[in-house]
Design a protein around this ligand. Structure first.
Ligand code: S3P
Length: 449
């Protein structure tokens, strides 16, 4: 085995070019790795820690740019958050209802989770005025999905395009409880409403059409909120006003980050990788089910529960993959993994069909269009569907210039595709990976050496 050559060039404008060259004699991926902390859990730990009474201690926080945006916003509203690190972050909560009016615009950067969850918190803080914005990607993403239910609760929110685009201005109010039937299975929508319900007297309920990730429900309960959950109807009710108490949170590794190595191990011949300490909450494990349908060899070892979340070590070995069809209720359970699943499908025999995933069009980029364009540039056969993709596997990929469109999951998915592409692949704007996976290139270099 000879190593593939992986180089990272940093340009004056701070953009990165990730250059991956296939070795002339085969590559295989070996080793034991850890992925950074779960992004969804990291955001929630910082937010609930800021709203709680007393101190919250967070171990394993993701040091990506998205949680940094959350920390920055809550610091600007009075929460004391120690320097961010993976060992131990201390959050001195200021108690529910005590957020200070910030003297400047709150900036959520690239993070939809920061902005959408925070809107529920801000809208329910009476007597304070807030303005929120984000980067150009976030400013083009739809906020009406959270603004509309919050308005039904009595929230006052203004923004462009009928109050649907950031920058947004919020005049905090005492809200009234509602029962919201969400048209989409979205943890951001569900969490926004539950967080608004924290300060709202009475019972605030959200019903979603399929179950989305339930980290908010788990953590709200652990912090002391009263929640009732009906799994038959995907209905969650929070009783307010609540009182939250600081907790100790241990953030497991992010299965969405592990997904890149699961697919890399499955498609690179002779590979054998152990990914330690990965969160395997059942609302997130659609990727394991999809890869298993495709014939991947993945084993869950050392399964345990850590601070209210299931965790395991994942072992992946190379195997031949076959196509599959993904649609319906599994989609919210693997929504962030579809770009890397598209890469797996390129190396599978047959035609993989992904449907019911129109949400991908309003993520950090239009992930359906961008993945189809970029993989097709490398020689793949991917066609766009309005709500998904059709991918015919088996055509060898050839390295070329591709672009992340500043979307972290696209940058990393293309890097994994490059490992099995002939010649040299150059991924432009690869710095986007730092949104959720700051050490991605270093780990790539480690397992390829
Ligand atoms: C997230 C929910 C999902 C996911 C995002 C993180 C969360 O978004 O795609 O990366 O932490 O709640 P939607 O709620 O829009 O599906």
């Amino acid at each position: 085995m000879s190593a593939s050559v992986i180089t990272l060039e940093t340009h004056e404008d701070l953009s990165h070019k990730l250059i991956i060259q296939q070795p002339t004699s085969g590559l295989s991926l070996q080793g034991r790795i850890r992925v950074p902390g779960d992004k969804s859990i990291s955001h929630r730990a910082l937010m609930l820690g800021a709203l709680a009474q007393g101190e919250t201690q967070i171990q394993g926080l993701l040091l990506g740019e998205d949680p940094r945006s959350t920390a920055g916003c809550f610091q600007a509203m009075g929460a004391e958050i120690s320097e961010l690190n993976t060992e131990l972050v201390r959050v001195k909560g200021i108690g529910l209802g005590n957020l200070q009016e910030p003297g400047d615009v709150l900036n959520a950067g690239n993070s939809g989770t920061t902005l959408r969850l925070m809107l529920g918190i801000l809208a329910s803080h009476p007597g304070r005025f807030f303005t929120v914005t984000g980067d150009s990607s976030l400013r083009s993403r739809p906020m009406s999905r959270v603004v509309k239910p919050l308005q039904q609760m009595g929230a006052l929110i203004w923004g462009r395009k009928d109050n649907s685009l950031a920058p947004l201005a919020i005049q905090g109010q005492a809200l009234k409880p509602i029962h919201y039937n969400s048209p989409i299975a979205s943890a951001q929508v569900k969490s926004c409403i539950l967080l608004a319900g924290l300060m709202t007297a009475g019972q605030t309920t959200v019903t979603e059409p399929a179950l989305s990730r339930d980290h908010s429900e788990r953590m709200l309960r652990a912090f002391g909120a009263e929640l009732s959950i009906d799994p038959e109807t995907n209905r969650v009710t929070i009783t307010g006003p609540a009182q939250l108490h600081g907790q100790s949170v241990i953030v497991p590794g992010d299965i969405s980050s592990a997904a890149f190595w699961l697919v890399a191990g499955a498609i690179v011949p002779s590979s054998d990788l152990l990914i330690e300490n990965v969160g395997v909450n059942p609302t997130r494990t659609g990727i394991l089910e999809a890869l298993s349908l495709m014939g991947a060899d993945i084993q869950l070892e050392n399964q345990r529960e850590v601070a209210g979340e299931p965790v395991a070590d994942l072992r992946v070995r190379h195997s031949r993959l076959q196509s599959c069809t993904l649609a319906g209720d599994i989609i919210p359970r693997l929504i962030d993994e579809i770009p890397i699943l598209a890469v797996a499908a390129v190396f599978a025999t047959g035609t993989t069909v992904i449907r019911d995933a129109e949400e991908l069009r309003v993520k950090e980029s239009d992930r359906i269009a961008v993945m189809a364009q970029q993989l097709n540039k490398m020689g793949a056969k991917v066609s766009e569907l309005p709500d998904g993709m059709e991918i015919t596997g088996g055509t060898p990929l050839v390295g070329t210039d591709v672009d992340s469109h500043t979307d972290h999951r696209i940058a990393m998915s293309l890097a994994i595709a490059a490992l099995v592409s002939q010649g040299i692949t150059t991924i432009h704007r690869a710095e986007a990976a730092a949104i959720s996976y700051p050490n991605f290139t270093a780990t790539l270099q480690q397992i390829c050496s």
